[in-house]
Design a protein around this ligand. Structure first.
Ligand code: CS2
Length: 483
């Protein structure tokens, strides 16, 4: 098997590597399977110096895997009818922030860098999901304020690097968030301005006046890479890649065309939808895709279904999720112009049913306290405020409540990964009856809004759903809807 480091970077136009124009915070699999490939293709199509320096904010793992192979990696397109490996060469270096914060700040403050992209997951914004405001008591924010030259959070790096650029007389970079958050550009702008204002109001005003924080909608299903994926890729290609990414064929990226001095790669040339308003795209995707992903994650995991494909291959779960779209979610969606929601959700179902993609329900179930507000809870709040019940999405919330209780329908322990995992478990364990457990979890203000917590119809429905799950299990409750 050839070591990928023995494969020279492919010849480039002009022979040299392009200049670095992008720094990315949070170098995970999704970014390498999505925005990084779009940027690489835009450069190949239209040139430009848009090479990427990746930054890991916590772990050295990606640097340890990618740097020995010259940061070149394989993006493996997993279709039902076959696998297509793509070599991706756009990442030119990987920095580990805790090991060398000065190197990260230096990279972000370099004049050549025009864009900082970020995928730090919902919990990386140090905000309160229910309000979008900065959580000023967040330990990382407190650390950022105490040690501005060695930030702990992505926000700390953004603010400090913008401050360095301002002091050097440089223009700010565009902050391009690639996370699944409603109104993501405005959310990151708001928390960056709040943090900057705590440091220097003049810096805040400069960022507000000169910076750009475009909203985006990102979409591609990218399951975590497993050791067997690396082995299979080696068999397919004949070379070893320590850090490939596995991805579905489908991809979509809608970006608000708002960049500092208009400077960006030629994204429109490679299929990115450059729009003035991302909201319809993001709303449709968060409701229709992420809302049903989380629904299948909790009801599927509790029911012993390991992957999304396993779940939609079960006829009862398949009928259930199609009804979630048709009877509960789609009636509340205002589609982007020209989009047929029936076709869009049918395509989503086919994407979920892709047998080549082993997307674990356990992986999607992670961080539910950070995901449910913008995926499911806001839809429930809308519906119940309008006097419209959503029994299936309510069942999904009850399934999340059962999930964070830590035991599945087979009585097996669940490895719950969530920033609030301990607190949620304690709340569940500290209550005896279903009604008390539900009430205890509804009291978590970071997750449930006052409006939803105070809606008696919702509380009654989610309690009944919880009781049904406890008595009969997830599979039986799903089947009940198809009786
Ligand atoms: C998934 C998303 O893990 C999860 O929470 O719902 O990562 C999902 O795969 C992407 O948003 C698809 O674009």
């Amino acid at each position: 098997m050839i070591d990928v480091t023995q494969l020279p970077r492919m010849a480039r136009k002009g022979g040299d590597l392009p200049g670095v124009g992008v720094v990315h915070l949070g170098l995970g699999a999704f970014y390498r399977a999505h925005a990084a490939i779009y940027i690489a293709e835009a450069m190949a199509t239209s040139g430009g110096d848009w090479g990427i320096i990746g930054v890991s904010l916590k772990s050295p793992t990606q640097a340890e895997r990618l740097k020995p192979q010259d940061c070149v990696y394989t993006a493996v397109e997993m279709a039902p009818d076959g696998t297509i490996p793509h070599r991706v060469e756009v990442v030119q270096d990987v920095l580990v922030a805790p090991h060398d914060p000065a190197a990260v700040l230096s990279a972000m403050a370099a004049e050549s860098v025009k864009i900082v992209t970020m995928t730090v997951t919902e919990k990386g914004y140090c905000h309160e999901p229910a309000t979008g405001k900065l959580n000023r008591d967040h330990p990382d924010i407190l650390a950022d304020l105490a040690n501005p030259d060695a930030p702990a959070s992505a926000l700390g790096y953004l603010v400090r690097a913008l401050e360095l650029r301002r002091k050097a007389g440089l223009r700010p970079f565009t902050v391009l968030t690639c996370d699944n958050l409603p109104d993501n550009g405005h959310v990151v702008k708001g928390v960056v301005l709040e943090l900057a204002g705590l440091i220097d109001p003049d810096l805040r005003d400069w960022i507000a006046a000169e910076g750009a924080f475009p909203c985006t909608m990102v979409d591609r299903i990218v399951p975590a890479t497993k050791p067997e994926d690396i082995e299979a890729l080696g068999q397919l290609t004949g070379y070893y890649d320590a850090s490939p990414v596995m991805m579905e064929p489908f991809r979509q990226w809608a970006v608000e065309d708002n960049f500092v001095d208009g400077l960006r790669p030629d994204l429109g040339a490679v299929g990115v939808e450059l729009v003035s308003n991302v909201t319809p795209f993001e709303d449709m995707k968060l409701r229709c895709l992420n809302g049903t992903h989380s629904t299948l994650a909790y009801l599927g995991y509790l029911g012993g279904l390991e992957t999304i494909c396993d779940a939609v291959s079960d006829p009862h779960y398949a009928a259930f999720i199609k009804d979630v779209w048709a009877k509960e979610i789609v009636p509340g969606v205002t589609a982007p112009e020209g989009v047929d929601l029936t076709a869009y959700t049918a395509q989503l179902f086919e994407r979920y049913a892709n047998p080549a993609i082993r997307h674990l329900t356990w992986q999607i179930a992670m961080d539910g306290s950070q995901k449910l507000p913008q995926r499911i809870l806001f839809q429930l709040e809308e519906a119940f405020a309008a006097g419209r019940a959503m029994p299936r999405l309510t069942l999904a919330v009850a399934a999340w409540m059962r999930y964070v209780g830590g035991t599945d329908d087979a009585g097996q322990p669940i490895d719950v990964r969530d920033p609030l995992a301990e607190r949620l478990r304690a709340l569940s364990d500290g209550a005896q009856t279903a009604a008390d457990k539900v009430a205890a979890l509804l009291s978590v203000r970071e997750v449930f809004s006052d409006a939803l917590r105070g809606n008696a119809d919702f509380v009654a429905d989610v309690t009944a759903a919880y009781e049904g799950l406890a008595a009969h299990g997830a599979r039986a409750m799903v089947e009940k809807y198809n009786a």
